[in-house]
Write a new protein. Structure first.
Length: 229
């Protein structure tokens, strides 16, 4: 039985990942923010919920070590925690950029680093981080300066991790969604056609496939989940 760690577990995408891997019989550790008010209502005994401030590097490292000790290792880490902000250059100060950096990059790095080192030691593991279209192409970041810059670092981090893990069975993947079909996005874009978006459940199924044996030969994957958007 594998052990899967999911950050942002109470969010739309994170919850879809939790449900997908529980259905497949894995142990799942769901990481949520302290005092998270989003009910998860999961009774599966293979699920454990952890409250953690991912911006605290030391607490994050200790949590990872505790989960490794409890489960004997972490096989897959799916890092969905993060946030979004709009703003062009005129309206984006350094403080705005730093806030998005902390929310989108630091939270990923604080978790990815100890998990990556653990997986390298074991010789196998899969890490998934969520990038974005604006993060992959700065032309897409017009009006999204802080968000795009912070997400661009996810791609560079994945490249560095994959280079450092070369010759092992540790692979870091970047998920790049277009628009995710969530209640929040439907409410904010009522004129759009959600049929062209990516559902969290479909994204979770794709991620699950990339943790299975048929995908073992892939290296440095970037999964552009654009659907028709």
């Amino acid at each position: 039985m594998r052990t899967i760690l999911v950050t942002g577990a109470s969010g739309n995408l994170g919850r879809a990942m939790v449900d997908q891997f529980l259905r497949q019989g894995d142990n799942v550790i769901g990481v949520v923010i302290p005092q998270d008010k989003v009910p998860m209502e999961i009774t599966d005994p293979r699920f454990s919920r952890v409250e953690l401030d991912l911006e605290n590097e030391e607490d994050t490292r200790k949590m990872v070590e505790a989960q490794i000790k409890q489960y004997g290792g972490i096989d897959v880490a799916i890092l969905t925690a993060g946030g979004f902000a709009m703003g062009d250059i005129a309206g984006t100060g350094a403080e705005d950029i730093l806030k998005q950096f902390k929310l989108n990059f630091e939270t990923a790095y604080h978790l990815a680093r100890p998990v990556f080192l653990h997986m390298k030691q074991r010789g196998w593991g899969r890490i998934f981080m969520v990038g974005s279209r604006p993060g992959s192409d700065m032309q897409q970041s017009k009006g999204l300066i802080a968000y795009g810059l912070s997400k661009s670092l996810i791609f560079r981090l994945a490249e560095l991790m994959n280079e450092e893990a070369r010759g092992t069975e540790v692979v870091t993947t970047v998920i790049v969604p277009s628009v995710i079909d969530t209640p929040q996005n439907r409410a904010s874009m009522p004129e759009a056609d959600p049929a062209t978006w990516m559902s969290p459940a479909a994204m979770a199924e794709i991620v699950y496939f990339y943790t299975t044996a048929p995908a073992d030969g892939l290296r440095e994957p970037v999964l552009k989940m654009y659907n028709k958007a």
